[in-house]
Design a protein around this ligand. Structure first.
Ligand code: PMP
Length: 428
């Protein structure tokens, strides 16, 4: 009997039968409140009726129109629609199926456009699991180990993770930019460097927002040396951070933007956006794929963008994100839990530490397990696996935020209780 590969071990024991909004139903009949949104994918909630009906309608008309051979209406309409929400400079679009593929496309374009081999990425970043994207990923060794040789030409600079260093954001930013300049002076010369690739908020790396001064420093260096500044907005795009794009918090625009996840509410589609000038430096036919820009996925994206606008989900993400962050800070205070609550909009992380500042992955795991047992789905992230990640669908309402905060408060209390019990056992 065939089974799923053990490499696909899920973080929760739940087998989903169906879902609607933030409610996920296990095939055992249990209901869960989903604060993972499938790693930020179900932006409009599970099975939003407008998205489902757009998918069904498109499936009746055309399932697949291969974009290397023909154009199709949903693809062209999606270009128009995305053009309205993308920066005015980034109006040339390329479509693929996953975040990793869009990152690979950006890497290839940056190399094609500059004729330079190297890229610089930032510590704790996650860009995907294909070889190029995995070589650019430094949020955990498990994405790189056993995969050698990784792609050559990738250099890693520090990300200003202020909490990890125990510094202020200004100190961490100064350090990170100094180290970047040192890397450019000693290891990868500017004339060999094609791109700086960065997430506006580290995602898998533990929900650490980039300080605006850091992003501005990257922009200045990219302008000065002729690098492409690539922003990986696979997690931060489409309202997740309380603004439409994560880079809007930073006061700088990228040369290449990649996005995926929240775009379709659940179907595989990713996009790379750049200027016409930059995009035309890639020889025709050098990028593409069999399923890229699939018609049904494009219809889902059009409906998703409509729902985000009509239901004012970006503003909702900002408002509910504040409420959720306040709730988390209250729990941390009430239960005297050392750590850091941070993030933007509905991309919130709660990093757990020991009283002396060392990462407390055991507490993160216990709280996650208690929360799931109580019916709240949560994920863990961060290089040290000590960050609870909260990223509900953008349609989340106050009552759902309050329910999640209540469940988490109880989970934190019982996780602390189990520590005491464990310690008592250990000492017995
Ligand atoms: N970039 C970022 C910032 C991501 O968070 C992810 C997925 N977690 C990816 C790229 C890769 O996307 P995919 O899994 O669709 O290949």
């Amino acid at each position: 009997m065939a089974r799923l590969s053990p490499v696909l071990k899920p973080a929760t024991p739940v087998t989903v039968s169906h879902a609607r909004g933030l409610d996920v139903y296990g095939d055992d009949g249990r209901r869960y409140l989903d604060f993972t949104a499938g790693i930020g994918v179900t932006s409009t909630g599970h099975c939003h009726p407008a998205v489902v009906s757009a998918i069904a309608g498109q499936a009746e008309r055309l399932l697949h129109g291969q974009y290397v051979t023909v154009r199709h209406r949903p693809l062209l309409d999606l270009c128009d629609r995305l053009g309205q929400v993308l920066p005015a400079e980034l109006q040339s679009l390329f479509f693929a199926n996953s975040g990793s593929e869009a990152v690979e496309a950006a890497l290839r374009l940056a190399r094609q456009a500059t004729g330079r081999p190297n890229v610089i990425v930032f510590h704790g970043g996650f860009h995907g699991r294909t070889v190029g994207a995995a070589s650019m990923t430094t949020s955990s060794p498990r994405f790189r180990t056993g995969y050698a040789p990784l792609m050559a030409g990738v250099h890693i600079a520090p990300f200003p993770s202020a909490y990890r260093y125990g510094w202020s954001e200004d100190e961490a930013t100064r350090f990170a930019l100094q180290e970047l300049d040192f890397l450019l002076a000693t290891v990868t010369a500017p004339e060999d460097t094609a791109a700086l690739v960065v997430e506006p908020v580290l995602g898998e790396g533990g929900f650490v927002p980039a300080p605006a001064a850091f992003a501005q420093g990257l922009r200045e260096r990219a302008d000065h040396h002729g690098f492409c500044l690539v922003m990986d907005e696979v997690q931060t795009g489409f309202g997740r951070t309380g603004r439409f794009w994560g880079h809007q918090h930073l006061g700088v625009e990228p040369d290449i933007l990649v996005a995926a996840k929240g775009l379709t509410s659940g179907l595989p589609l990713s996009v790379m956006a750049a200027s016409e000038k930059l995009m035309s430096m890639a020889p025709a036919g050098s990028q593409g794929g069999t399923y890229g820009g699939n018609a049904v996925a494009c219809a889902a994206a059009l409906a998703t963008l409509e729902v985000i606008a009509e239901e004012e989900l970006v503003a909702n993400a900002a408002a509910q994100g504040l409420r959720l962050a306040q709730g988390l800070r209250r729990i941390a205070e009430d239960h005297a839990v050392p750590g850091d609550v941070r993030g933007l909009g509905l991309m919130l992380g709660w990093e757990f530490s020991e009283p002396d500042g060392r990462p407390d992955a055991a507490r993160a795991l216990r709280v996650q397990q208690e929360a799931i047992a109580a019916g709240l789905l949560l994920q863990i992230g961060g290089p040290m696996r000590n960050v609870l990640r909260l990223l509900p669908a953008l349609v989340v309402d106050e009552a759902q935020v309050d329910r999640a905060v209540g469940a988490l408060s109880r989970a934190v209390a019982s996780a602390a209780g189990s520590t005491c019990a464990d310690r008592t056992k250990e000492h017995a």
